[in-house]
Write a protein that binds this ligand. Structure first.
Ligand SMILES: [Zn+2]
Length: 183
């Protein structure tokens, strides 16, 4: 990895609670093609650089948290006209850190932030991939203005209902809804 601006750089495991306590940060750039779950959603060939940054911080009431920021553009295939288009990724998410399973359950119940179990070291790549997957549309659509071919009527009706829902969801940042995760 090549560092940027003297930040700590790494793609390995890190102690999230320590990062938060010491207000440190990690950052770098990785190729989305090397993230297995995200890679299967990509169109085209070639590397897909994604800048990432993980900042140790706290929430408004002082609980340890991570801010995860992603920036890049991801080639997807439009499910309507089958053309490749670039989906902009500019994501910033605050993740509360739980020290153990009990705290995870408690924070999950009372808080609207995403909560991350940080009892064991976290893997940078898995964390970045999780956040990226939340930003990608379930059914990619390039946008009506540019969409050619538009075989909408050829698509079975059953396939269109979830498409409309997913397209709506894709217009908004993913809800910071309660979400249990183990890494
Ligand atoms: Zn299209």
């Amino acid at each position: 990895m090549v560092g940027q601006g003297g930040k700590l750089v790494g793609e390995g495991d890190f102690d999230a609670l320590r990062l938060a306590g010491q207000r440190q940060s990690l950052g770098g750039s990785l190729d989305v093609r090397t993230l297995p779950r995200a890679a299967e959603r990509l169109a085209d060939d070639g590397p897909v650089p994604l800048a990432w940054r993980i900042v140790g911080t706290s929430d408004a009431v002082g609980r340890p948290a991570l801010e995860v920021a992603l920036e890049g553009r991801v080639p997807l295939e439009c499910q309507r006209c089958l053309q490749v288009f670039f989906w902009p990724v500019q994501q910033r998410t605050l993740l509360l850190l739980a020290r153990d399973e009990a705290e995870l359950a408690r924070l999950d119940d009372i808080d609207e932030h995403e909560v991350l179990l940080a009892a064991a070291p976290l893997a940078v790549r898995a964390l970045v991939e999780d956040e990226l997957l939340l930003t990608l549309p379930y059914v990619p659509r390039c946008g009506d203005g540019r969409c050619e071919g538009a075989p909408v009527d050829a698509a079975p009706a059953v396939a269109r209902a979830p498409t409309a829902f997913a397209a709506l969801a894709g217009l908004h940042p993913p809800a910071t809804k309660k979400q249990k995760r183990s890494n």
